[in-house]
Design a protein around this ligand. Structure first.
Ligand SMILES: Cc1cc2nc3c(=O)[nH]c(=O)nc-3n(C[C@H](O)[C@H](O)[C@H](O)COP(=O)(O)OP(=O)(O)OC[C@H]3O[C@@H](n4cnc5c(N)ncnc54)[C@H](O)[C@@H]3O)c2cc1C
Length: 686
C-alpha cells in the first residue's frame, strides 16, 4: 500500500530484478519520478483542498460570530473591504449580465436580444481573488519545481521527455484531486452552502470555474501522454491506445471536455432540460472512466487516487439522496394529516391573456409532508425547486415564493411564473385550452413535487434609514415578500430599527422609508401584487386601529410602466423586454418613452376597479405611477435625502434589494455602490 509518491511493491520488485549496478540508478530515477510526477502535484492538491476547507470554516465561523453578535460583527469590518473588494464588480459595473466574448446572432434588432455563443459572467473582486489563487496554485503545480536528470535511468539523455512525463502526471493528479470540489460545489444541498450561507448562484459560479480548471488539467494530461507515447513512435501510441486503462482515460477526458462545452450559457439557455440530463449522464461517465483509468493500472499505491473518486461519488450520492429524501419528506403525507397523500398544485393565469409571452401564471402548491410547516413562516426571498412531472418529467425549476398562508385546502405557497419556452410554456398551453372553454379564471390541478424551501433571508429591518426594493418584471416575486414582511412587521409592533433606537437623536421624527420600485412592460401586470399588498395593509390597518402597530416606516410603491403605448413599435419593445433572461450585451435600451420617469395620473391597461383597489391601500402605502425606466441612483437619493443625520453626525444606513434582469441588477449594484449603501441582488438564473 502506501502513498502514490512512495516506492510501491511493483516498482521494488522491478528494481530488485535489475543488476546490482543498475539498482541504485533505477532507485534514484524512481524516487525522482515519485517526487516530480506524484508528490509535488499531490502537495498542491492538499494545499488547494486545505485552503478551501479553511475558507469554508472561516466563513462559517464568521457567520456564527455574526449571528451571535446579532449582526454587529459585519459593521466592524472596514467599509472599504466590502465596498472595494468583496462586493465590487471586477471591472465596470458588470457582474449579473455576462460579457459577450463573440459576436451575437439571431433575429433581434438589438444586441441585447441576440445569442452569443460565448459569454462570461465576471466574478466580483473578492471572488476573483479566490479564483486567481486557485489558478495560480494550479499553474505552480504543473509548471514549477522541475528537476530533470540527463543521466536518468529511465530516460537517459532526454530531459524533454522526462519533463513531458512529469507535466502529464502532474496535470492528471491535479485534475483528479480537485474533482471532489467540483461535485461538492454543484450540490443543491451542499454542506459548503449550509456552512457558509452562500447562495446557489455563487456556488454555481465556483463550480463552473473549478470544473474548467479540472477539465483543462485533464486535457493537458491527455495531450502530454499522447506526445510522450508518440515520442517512441506511432506503434507505441497504438499499443498504448489498445490498453483498456488508456481508453478509459480518453473516455473521462472527452466527457469532461464535452461537459464544459455543453454548459456554455447559450446552450443552457436554449434547452435547460437537455443540458441537465446530458450533464448528469456525462458526469457519471466521467467518474466511471476515471475510476477504471486508475484501477486498471493495478498500482497498489494509487489507493489515494481511487479514494478521490469515491469521495467525489459520495458527494454526488449524498446530494441526490438528500434531495430524494426531501422530496419524500416534503411531499408525501402517509397520515394524510394535511388532507392529501401527495403535494398538489394548481396553475392559473395571474396576468395577461393566456396566449402571450408576457403572461404571468400563478402556481399555488399545498405541501403535503410533515415538513410542510416550514412553509408557514417563510423568510422573504425564499425559493423552492418545483417538479411538475406531468409537464416535464426530469427537471425541477427554481421559483421564488411570493407568499404563503392558509386557505380552505390548508397551508399553501404561491409562486408567480413568467412564461418561457419550456415547462412554463407547456403549462400555459394547457391553461389556454381551459381558458377558451371556462374563461380567464380557469385553472388546472396537477401533481407537483417541491424541494426546499431554500431560504436567502434579505434583512432590511436592520437598516435604520430604510430600503429601496427594485423589481423588474417577474422579479416582483422576490421583492414583494420583502415589502409585505416589512409592512407586517410594522403591524406586529416590530417595524425595524430607526434612528431613535440607537439612542442618538436624529432631530426629526424617527422614520424610515421602505420604497419598492417595480418596472413592468404593461401596467396590466401590476394587479398581480394587489392581493398580497391588501392582506399586509389590512393587518397594518387593524394593528394601527388597536394601537399595537409601530409607526416607524413610511411605505411607498412606485409602479413604472416601461412599455410605450404606441402600436407601431412592437419589435422595438420586444427587443427591450424588461424580463429578457438572455440579456447578454449592452445595457437594456430604454423603451421609446418620450418623458422618462414622468408621473402620469392614470395608467393605461389598468382597469378603473384595479386602480381603485390601489387607491384603497392609501394612506398606509403611498402609490406613485410613472412611465419609463426608473433611474435607480435617483431613487436611492430620493430616500436617503429624506433622512436626517444623527446628532453624532452618523448617517442612517440603507439598503437596496433588487431582482430582475441582469442589466437591472448591475445598474442597482452600481447605484448602491455610488450611494454607499448596502446591496442585495437576486438573479433569477444560475
Ligand atoms: C433562484 C431562482 C428563482 C427564480 N424565481 C422565479 C420566479 O419566482 N418566477 C419566475 O418566473 N422565474 C423564476 N426563476 C426563473 C425560472 O426558474 C425559469 O424561468 C424557469 O425555470 C423556466 O422554465 P422553462 O422550462 O419554461 O424554461 P426554458 O424556456 O427552457 O428556459 C428559460 C430560461 O430559464 C432557465 N432555466 C430553465 N430551466 C431551469 C431550471 N430548471 N433551473 C434553472 N434555470 C432554468 C434557462 O437556462 C433559460 O435561461 C428563478 C430562477 C432562479 C435561479
Amino acid at each position: 500500500m502506501g502513498y502514490p509518491w512512495q516506492l510501491d511493491e511493483e516498482s521494488l520488485e522491478y528494481i530488485e530484478a535489475l543488476t546490482p549496478e543498475e539498482q541504485p540508478l533505477a532507485l534514484q530515477a524512481n524516487n525522482d519520478f515519485n517526487q516530480q510526477s506524484l508528490l509535488i502535484p499531490s502537495i498542491f492538491v492538499f494545499v488547494i483542498l486545505g485552503g478551501f476547507a479553511l475558507l469554508v470554516l472561516g466563513a462559517a465561523f464568521l457567520r456564527l460570530l455574526n449571528w451571535s453578535t446579532s449582526g454587529r460583527l459585519y459593521k466592524l469590518a472596514p467599509k472599504f473591504v466590502s465596498k472595494q473588494i468583496v462586493d465590487a464588480p471586477l471591472v465596470s459595473s458588470r457582474h449579473a449580465s455576462p460579457v459577450p466574448m463573440t459576436p451575437g446572432f439571431g433575429k433581434s434588432k438589438t444586441a441585447q436580444g441576440k445569442m452569443h455563443p460565448l459569454s462570461i459572467a465576471l466574478p466580483l473582486r473578492g471572488q476573483t481573488v479566490i479564483l486567481a489563487l486557485l489558478v495560480f496554485l494550479n499553474l505552480l503545480g504543473i509548471c514549477a519545481f522541475y528537476k530533470t536528470d540527463v543521466n536518468n535511468y529511465y530516460w537517459p539523455g532526454d530531459t524533454f521527455i522526462q519533463s513531458c512525463r512529469y507535466l502529464s502526471d502532474r496535470a492528471g493528479v491535479l485534475s483528479l484531486g480537485q474533482l471532489p470540489l467540483v461535485i461538492l460545489l454543484s450540490g443543491r444541498n451542499s454542506p459548503v452552502r449550509a456552512l457558509t450561507g452562500q447562495d446557489f448562484t455563487t456556488a454555481m459560479m465556483y463550480h463552473r470555474w473549478v470544473a474548467r480548471i479540472v477539465a483543462l488539467q485533464a486535457v493537458i494530461h491527455s495531450i502530454g501522454y499522447t506526445v510522450y507515447s508518440l515520442h517512441y513512435g506511432k506503434a507505441n501510441l497504438a499499443t498504448a491506445f489498445a490498453d483498456p486503462y488508456w481508453r478509459w482515460g480518453v473516455v473521462a477526458t472527452v466527457f469532461m471536455a464535452v461537459m464544459i462545452f455543453q454548459s456554455i450559457r447559450m446552450l443552457r439557455e436554449v434547452c435547460y432540460e437537455a443540458f441537465v440530463l446530458i450533464h448528469i449522464v456525462f458526469g457519471v461517465l466521467t467518474l466511471v472512466g476515471t475510476y477504471y483509468h486508475i484501477a486498471l493500472l493495478e498500482a497498489s499505491s494509487y489507493k489515494l487516487f481511487i479514494d478521490f473518486i469515491w469521495i467525489s461519488t459520495a458527494f454526488w450520492v449524498f446530494d441526490r439522496v438528500v434531495r430524494l429524501l426531501l422530496l419524500v419528506v416534503i411531499n408525501i403525507d402517509v397520515t394524510r394529516g394535511s388532507g392529501a397523500f401527495f403535494t398538489r398544485g394548481t396553475i392559473s393565469l395571474a396576468s395577461g391573456s393566456g396566449d402571450s409571452d408576457e403572461d404571468l401564471l400563478r402556481v399555488r402548491i399545498w405541501p403535503s409532508g410533515p415538513m410542510r410547516k416550514r412553509f408557514a413562516a417563510l423568510a422573504p426571498g425564499s425559493d423552492i425547486l418545483l417538479h411538475v412531472p406531468l409537464l416535464e418529467p426530469m427537471t425541477s425549476h427554481p421559483f421564488s415564493v411570493i407568499a404563503s398562508g392558509t386557505d380552505a385546502k390548508g397551508l399553501y405557497a404561491d409562486m408567480l411564473v413568467r412564461v418561457r419556452k419550456g415547462m412554463t410554456q407547456r403549462a400555459q398551453k394547457k391553461l389556454r385550452k381551459l381558458i377558451v372553454s371556462e374563461g380567464p379564471a380557469a385553472s388546472f390541478e396537477t401533481l407537483m413535487f417541491v424541494e426546499g424551501p431554500y431560504s436567502a433571508k434579505v434583512e432590511i429591518s436592520e437598516h435604520d434609514g430604510g430600503a429601496l426594493l427594485v423589481a423588474g418584471g417577474v422579479g416582483i416575486a422576490h421583492t414583494l415578500p420583502i415589502l409585505c414582511e416589512s409592512i407586517k412587521a410594522e403591524a406586529a409592533g416590530n417595524g425595524g430599527k430607526t434612528p431613535g433606537d440607537a439612542g442618538e437623536s436624529s432631530g426629526a421624527a424617527a422614520q424610515r422609508t421602505v420604497e419598492m420600485r417595480w418596472m413592468c412592460k404593461s401596467a396590466a401586470t401590476f394587479d398581480v401584487a394587489l392581493p398580497y399588498l391588501e392582506e399586509a395593509v389590512l393587518q397594518l390597518r387593524a394593528a394601527r386601529a388597536n394601537g399595537t402597530a409601530t409607526k416607524r416606516t413610511a411605505f411607498r410603491v412606485h409602479l413604472c410602466r416601461t412599455e410605450s403605448s404606441s402600436k407601431e413599435d412592437v419589435s422595438e419593445k420586444d427587443a427591450a423586454s424588461i424580463d429578457s433572461p438572455s440579456a447578454t450585451d449592452e445595457k437594456a435600451a430604454p423603451t421609446d418613452v418620450p418623458e422618462l420617469g414622468k408621473e402620469v395620473p392614470h395608467t393605461q391597461n389598468l382597469s378603473s376597479s384595479t386602480h381603485a383597489r390601489f387607491d384603497a391601500l392609501k394612506p398606509e402605502i403611498d402609490f406613485q405611477w410613472s412611465v419609463g425606466r426608473t433611474e435607480i441612483g435617483e431613487a436611492i437619493s430620493s430616500i436617503t435625502s429624506e433622512s436626517h443625520l444623527f446628532a453624532s453626525g452618523r448617517k442612517p444606513t440603507f439598503c437596496v434589494a433588487a431582482c430582475g434582469p441582469p442589466t437591472l441588477l448591475d445598474d442597482a449594484r452600481a447605484a448602491a455602490r455610488a450611494a454607499d449603501v448596502e446591496y442585495e441582488g437576486a438573479p433569477f438564473a444560475w
